[in-house]
Ligand binder design. Structure first.
Ligand SMILES: [Ca+2]
Ligand SMILES: [Ca+2]
Ligand SMILES: [Ca+2]
Ligand SMILES: [Ca+2]
Length: 352
């Protein structure tokens, strides 16, 4: 019926009543679309998922928790604009802490993982926008030495998983998840030296599976474990940054090449440096800014404007201003006040 040859591209549109109109398209347009969804574009790639994206529109949102009232509020973001500001739940007991924000069931909407710090009970809230679709027990991990240090998708099946580290034994365990169901629970490594800390979870080599960035608190070695589920495929030194003043303040894909990068901050001078990564290799090392007032803290790394590049959310400890840096690699192309949330008991949830 339709002839999509390269010399005379055609597309059609559907009216609400279903009538089809064919149109011979000019060059360089998407062949046809329906309800905003493009079809027949051989170059079409869905945009990457964004961190902390409760409504699945590929733009990160901001999840706030109030330490006293227990209110949990979402700021749905469209770049530096708050498009929706709404309560999602109230969980008054301060024992309940958010320990993970991942898309555990792979439906595109970020879910919320809670842990009762007394009993170790773990509960998952599967989210759809502002709605808690289900509230399910996952497990009880009563030994509080077990901490979740990562919520990446380590096996690349589209469902976020959990990376646990034990604070005395040094065991590191990957739980592969399907929603609240633990598909597998496997020891990944034993790293007894507690100076080794997980400081980043991202897909540093761009194979669709989250990897783990380790930093040693004394010798300053930074090591990337390229992961395939619980298996360490490669274990490679990336850099040595001995000064403990330098800390990883963010891990996201700041230049949008499909590989996670690392944002460093010197806690003394406030210098911000972005390492664009390819696995353990630092492709580029560029200064982004100097934010010398250490009351400014990075509280979020997500793609808030949906351009495929991670951005940075700052909160000031005294003025309570919240400022967004929209990023393109190490370049801050927009620096805008998002809001002022004056009550210091409000904290941006920023899980590993
Ligand atoms: Ca997974
Ligand atoms: Ca990877
Ligand atoms: Ca990148
Ligand atoms: Ca962005």
């Amino acid at each position: 019926m339709f002839n999509f040859d390269s010399s005379s591209l055609e597309y059609f549109s559907l009216t609400p009543a279903g009538a089809i109109t064919t149109i011979t398209s000019p060059l360089n347009v998407i062949a046809f679309s329906w309800k905003g969804h493009a079809f027949w574009d051989p170059n079409f790639q869905p945009p990457p998922r964004a961190a902390v994206d409760l409504n699945g529109n590929r733009k990160s949102d901001i999840l706030w928790r109030h330490a006293v009232s227990g209110r949990n509020v979402v700021h749905m973001m469209d770049g530096d604009n708050i498009s929706t500001n709404a309560d999602i739940s109230t969980i008054a007991s301060p024992r309940w802490q958010i320990v993970g924000n991942g898309d555990y069931n792979g439906d595109g909407d970020t879910d919320i993982l809670w842990r009762d710090s007394n009993t170790g009970r773990i509960v998952m809230h599967l989210m759809e926008g502002l709605t808690i679709l289900s509230d399910v027990d996952v497990a009880t991990v009563s030994d509080s030495q077990w901490q979740i240090v990562g919520n990446g998708d380590y096996n690349g099946d589209g469902n976020s998983d959990m990376f646990w580290r034990h604070g005395t034994s040094g065991r590191n365990v990957v739980l592969l998840m399907d929603g609240p169901i633990i598909l597998s629970n496997t020891d990944s490594s034993l790293i007894v030296d507690q100076q080794w800390k997980v400081v980043g979870n991202g897909d540093y080599n761009g194979d669709g599976k989250s990897d783990v960035l380790w930093r040693h608190g004394i010798n300053g070695r930074n090591v990337v474990h390229v992961m395939d589920g619980a298996t360490i495929v490669r274990n490679t030194d990336s850099s040595i940054i001995p000064s403990p003043r330098w800390q990883v303040a963010g891990s996201g894909d700041y230049d949008g090449d499909g590989r996670s990068d690392v944002l460093w901050r010197d806690g003394g001078t406030g210098r911000i440096v972005v390492h664009l990564m390819d696995g353990a290799t630092i492709l580029s090392n560029a200064d982004a800014a100097i934010v010398s007032d250490t009351q400014w803290q990075i509280v979020g790394n997500g793609d808030y404007n949906g351009d495929g590049k991670s951005d940075v959310l700052w909160r000031h400890g005294i003025t309570d201003r919240n400022v967004m840096h929209l990023m393109d690699g190490a370049t801050i192309f927009s620096n805008t006040d998002v809001s002022t949330v004056v009550d210091d008991q409000w904290e941006v949830v920023n899980t590993p």
